[in-house]
Write a protein that binds this ligand. Structure first.
Ligand code: NOJ
Ligand code: CA
Length: 514
């Protein structure tokens, strides 16, 4: 695999395009709105963007139900507008990943319509169909009764998202409709997906975040089949687009990185213990929880992935509750001091930098359900609709946080003591020290069950940096032979080091040169 240099110092910002900035008053964010706010993102310090799906779609799952992979959704703009956005991003020295949804399409996709026909055609094997209308594929929900053909079609997520057919790793002999991965149907699906990647990479995007990356091949318990599939994709990219960066929604870095992804997310599902830190009854950064299981799993992953590739920890995303639902005040600053000092590329979910809240009690919008409250419009300023849109309030894509004291970017930027400025400072310092960046190594020096602080040493570029995080309300001490030097970042007061014992003040975070 060819390394992608810009990932070494990348700090991502996730944009949910619907909710970012509306420039034509229809109540929905658009490409031009994103272009207008690039300087804001850059000023925060982020130099890369992941944008959620922006393709033509009936939007029953916020665009994760693609109707035409080759066409930007008209509500965001045209393909030319998107190309222009790529240009604006690159002219600022930034990069952008699009969201690739390879596992399923919308049931309105033309491939699916053709696939439903009784007469054999090019798309008959494009999706996973059984040969019995009353029998769903094992382990999947299915669409039945929509097609002229006989069979049930497996779905990956919602009922309107038929599963594309990349084959079965171990097809069962008594189920002839389970095709091996090298059968013509599955091969054609994969080639079609490569064509889509080719199209957008040629247009100027810098790579992809891949939706549900481990799910493509069925009956593939150890993921051997899907790892081989992604290796095939990586070989194609190495040949044609060696600079294309890939991050997987997978959550098992030992497998995804083997598949040729540069980065994998640690997520709110799967084995990572991500929630222990940020989203549970007693999250570690809420001041009283346990980080030890997270650290144990993290260390195991480091060993299993052989130091290859990046494990990325997001502040949140469009699928989880907002960080600020669980963590408040100083805790948010300390959580970001963690995110910005860990290996891998950090991902900031839009609005988390100003402490945007989870909006309770909303009806589901575009398949959001409980996720809807994390997808509300970005709060820019104190003008109408928080500066998001000039549409009447009831026409906004999702209702705004109704709280009159809601945070806004304008207020945050005007207040030197805000979370926004804290994160800006953290990113600036990260950017100045390769040891803190994506590829610097990490050694945990203190992490005990139900206890604070969390301490680790980052190394790289000839430097070693000690990070000590104490989200608890009491000073926290640990035995350690290290002698902290200059504080390059300090929140909540500095360390005291005496006779081999380091003490961190309550609610503090610091990064120290060793
Ligand atoms: C994961 C995406 O992040 C989520 O928003 C979507 O609903 C499902 N995959 C289905 O594509
Ligand atoms: Ca708009």
């Amino acid at each position: 695999m060819i390394e992608v240099k810009w990932l070494d110092s990348a700090v991502f910002y996730e944009i949910y395009p619907q909710s970012f900035k509306d420039t034509n008053g229809d109540g929905i964010g658009d490409f031009r709105g994103i272009a207008e706010k690039l300087d804001y993102i850059k000023e925060l310090g982020c130099n890369a963007i992941w944008m959620n799906p922006c393709y033509d779609s009936p939007f029953l799952d916020a665009g994760y139900d693609v109707r035409d992979y080759y066409r930007a959704a008209p509500r965001y703009g045209t393909n030319d507008d998107l190309k222009a956005l790529f240009g604006e991003i690159h002219s600022r020295g930034m990069h952008i990943l699009l969201d690739l949804v390879p596992g399923h399409t919308s049931w309105e996709h033309e491939w699916f319509r053709q696939s439903c026909r009784a007469e054999r055609n090019e798309f008959t094997d494009r999706y996973i169909w059984t040969d019995n209308t009353w029998e769903a594929p094992e382990g999947m929900n299915a669409l039945i009764g929509l097609a002229e053909r006989v069979g049930a079609c497996g779905v990956n997520f919602f009922s309107h998202q038929p599963a594309l057919n990349y084959g079965y790793y171990k097809p069962k002999p008594d189920k002839p409709w389970q095709q091996p991965t090298d059968a013509p149907g599955p091969r054609a699906t994969l080639e079609a997906m490569k064509d889509i990647m080719r199209f957008w990479l040629n247009m100027g995007c810098d790579g992809f975040r891949v939706d549900m990356a481990p799910s493509l091949i069925k009956n593939d318990e150890d993921r051997k089949g899907v790892i081989a599939l992604w290796q095939d994709v990586r070989a194609f990219l190495d040949r044609e687009f060696p600079d294309a960066a890939m991050v997987s929604e997978w959550g098992e870095p030992d497998k995804s990185l083997q598949g040729g992804f540069h980065m994998d997310f640690l997520l709110h599902f799967g084995p990572s213990h991500y929630n222990d830190l940020f989203r549970c009854d007693r999250p570690f950064f809420g001041g009283g929880g346990d980080a030890s299981e997270f650290v144990k799993t993290y260390k195991e992953n480091l060993v299993k992935s052989g130091g290859k590739g990046l494990m990325c920890i997001p502040s949140g995303n469009h699928d989880m509750y907002r960080l600020a639902k669980y963590i408040h005040g100083d805790g948010l600053r300390i959580a970001f001091a963690f995110l910005m000092s860990m290996p891998g590329a950090p991902f900031v979910y839009y609005g988390d930098e100003i402490g945007m809240r989870y909006v309770e009690g909303l009806y589901s919008v575009e398949g959001g359900y409980e996720r809807t409250g994390s997808r509300s419009p970005m709060q820019w300023d104190s003008t109408e609709n928080a500066g998001f849109s000039t549409a009447p309030a009831d026409r906004l894509y999702i209702r705004l946080d109704p709280d009159s004291g809601r945070p806004t970017a304008e207020k945050a930027m005007a207040d030197p003591g805000s979370l926004w400025h804290e994160i800006q400072k953290q990113i600036r310092i990260r950017t100045e020290h390769p040891a803190l960046q994506s590829r610097g190594d990490i050694e945990f020096v203190y992490c005990e069950k139900d206890s604070c602080p969390l301490a680790y040493v980052r190394g790289g570029g000839g430097e070693k940096i000690l990070v000590v995080l104490n989200p608890s309300a009491k000073p926290a001490a640990f035995e350690c032979g290290l002698v902290p030097g200059e504080a390059i970042y300090c929140f909540g007061g500095g360390l005291t080091a005496k006779a081999g014992v380091i003490t961190a003040p309550a609610h503090s975070a610091g990064w120290y040169i060793l």
